[in-house]
Design a protein around this ligand. Structure first.
Ligand SMILES: Cc1cc2nc3c(=O)[nH]c(=O)nc-3n(C[C@H](O)[C@H](O)[C@H](O)COP(=O)(O)OP(=O)(O)OC[C@H]3O[C@@H](n4cnc5c(N)ncnc54)[C@H](O)[C@@H]3O)c2cc1C
Length: 416
């Protein structure tokens, strides 16, 4: 029988205790199968249907408690390893991640391989029962706070570019891995460059077949798009996973308090767009709600947000049941367009004050910060142009983009 909201509420009343450490709370969520409900039992889930998963996350959000571990592992890595990994790999990688003990970085993009990811040049050469990795990755979110890297590396340069890639779990803490944080224009160093110089990965850490990494990565990317566009459950307090973030031994009471004041909130740092309600409140504060142009723009923004949010429900249901659908790209594109609209709307309402940042700015710089962060939405997880290509090819069935390098061995490709 399906779980009910009352049952989840009763469980929260019995288990949520502000003196618990974050680690202990995440253990409770995982043991109850409430961390990632659609995942199997033993991995933070209970094999729940999409509707049940929604009931559980809805009740957690309504209670304002800390949600399951956040980050790349839960949002895209876990579903990938569950789909393509062996039972041993599920135990080794997914089980600790589902309890928030280990964080994962996505080591896909390279200086010469972003949209054209299959052109990646990081090499993985077999040496006994290990791969030796040499190359550079870039724009890797939270790589400095991660225990594992989901690495795409080229294991065979003698076949066409999509075929010689393997997906493997790279231990980040080893001498051959150097992580350098990059400061973005919003002042936050969320992502990093990762340099690998003869770093080592056991063959046992290859997820899926050697040379089939492109196929494995497509699962990761589908979940990434779907999550990027699908948004987060409202109200739930989001805390990043992993030991390096330094939160596991803090109490959940302290962390919820910090989130409420926005001082250390993962959620606030990642605010790439602001809700219609926030914009309406801003218009009221500024005394401009009678302006017909402002009213028109607010209504338009409200309507687009509603459509986005309802499509998001469908997209999230698909993702939770392990089948991210084509809405993923539509949602991701829509999120990026809304983020830019949110930026333009709030800055135009603020007028000249919109040029101020930090404590001098309205609301302590919240609008300015979201405006500077809005660009992340149209690039991370694949740019708007790439989402349009995916929608055209996979959803509308349009002809594929012409490419003359699909059948040429990677070694023979001309690269800049
Ligand atoms: C906030 C953020 C977080 C990120 N996190 C990660 C991460 O954790 N891990 C990771 O591996 N990467 C990450 N990335 C990298 C991201 O995936 C790449 O930035 C993205 O795929 C674009 O690649 P690029 O920057 O190399 O741009 P390019 O691929 O060089 O694109 C440049 C421009 O050309 C356009 N273009 C390229 N090809 C086509 C085409 N075929 N048709 C039409 N237009 C095209 C693009 O749309 C873009 O406007 C992140 C990026 C951001 C902004």
């Amino acid at each position: 029988m399906s779980i009910t909201t009352d049952e989840v509420r009763a469980w929260i009343a019995e288990n949520w205790d502000t003196d618990l450490t974050l680690g202990a709370w995440w253990d409770r969520l995982a043991d109850a199968g409430f961390a990632f409900p659609a995942w199997p039992a033993g991995f933070g889930g209970r094999g729940a249907t999409a509707a049940e998963a929604r009931t559980i996350s809805g009740a957690l959000s309504a209670a304002g408690v800390i949600g399951p571990p956040a980050g790349n592992g839960p949002s895209m890595g876990g579903p990938t390893v569950l789909a393509h990994g062996t039972p041993d790999q599920h135990e080794r990688f997914v089980a600790p991640m589902a309890r928030g003990r280990e964080a994962w970085a996505q080591l896909f993009s390279e200086p010469g391989a972003g949209s054209d990811l299959a052109s990646l040049a990081t090499r993985a050469e077999l040496d006994g029962d290990e791969y030796v990795i040499t190359g550079q990755k870039v724009w890797n979110s939270f790589a400095d706070l991660s225990e594992w890297g989901m690495l795409l590396a080229r294991t065979n340069p003698d076949v066409p570019k999509h075929r010689g890639i393997s997906f493997m779990m790279l231990p980040m803490d080893q001498p051959g891995v150097e992580v350098r944080p990059l400061v973005q224009m919003n002042g936050i160093a969320e992502f990093c460059e990762v340099f690998m110089t003869e770093a080592r990965v056991p063959v046992a850490n290859v997820i899926g077949d050697v040379g089939d990494g492109w196929n494995v990565a497509r699962t990761t990317l589908a979940h990434e798009r779907s999550n990027a566009g699908g948004g987060r459950a409202r109200g739930v307090v989001s805390v990043g996973a992993g030991g390096k973030a330094g939160n596991l031994d803090r109490t959940v009471g302290e962390l919820t308090e910090l989130a409420a004041h926005g001082t250390d909130s993962h959620a606030q740092r990642n605010e790439v767009l602001l809700s219609a309600r926030t914009h309406i409140a801003l218009a009221r504060e500024l005394g401009i709600t009678a302006d017909p142009v402002v009213r028109d723009r607010l209504v338009q923004y409200y309507v687009e947000n509603q459509v986005y949010s309802w499509t998001g429900l469908r997209s999230r249901d698909n993702a939770k049941s392990g089948r991210p659908g084509p809405e993923g790209s539509t949602m991701k594109l829509q999120l990026a367009l809304l983020a830019h609209r949110s930026r333009d709307l709030s800055l135009s309402m603020l007028g000249a004050h919109g040029m101020l940042a930090g404590d001098d700015a309205h609301a302590g710089g919240r609008y300015h910060m979201a405006a500077l962060s809005s660009f992340a939405a149209s690039m991370g997880g694949g740019t708007n142009e790439i989402q349009r290509n995916i929608i055209g090819e996979r959803t509308l069935g349009l002809p594929r983009e012409p490419a003359d390098d699909r059948d040429i061995p990677f070694r023979e490709l001309r690269r800049s």
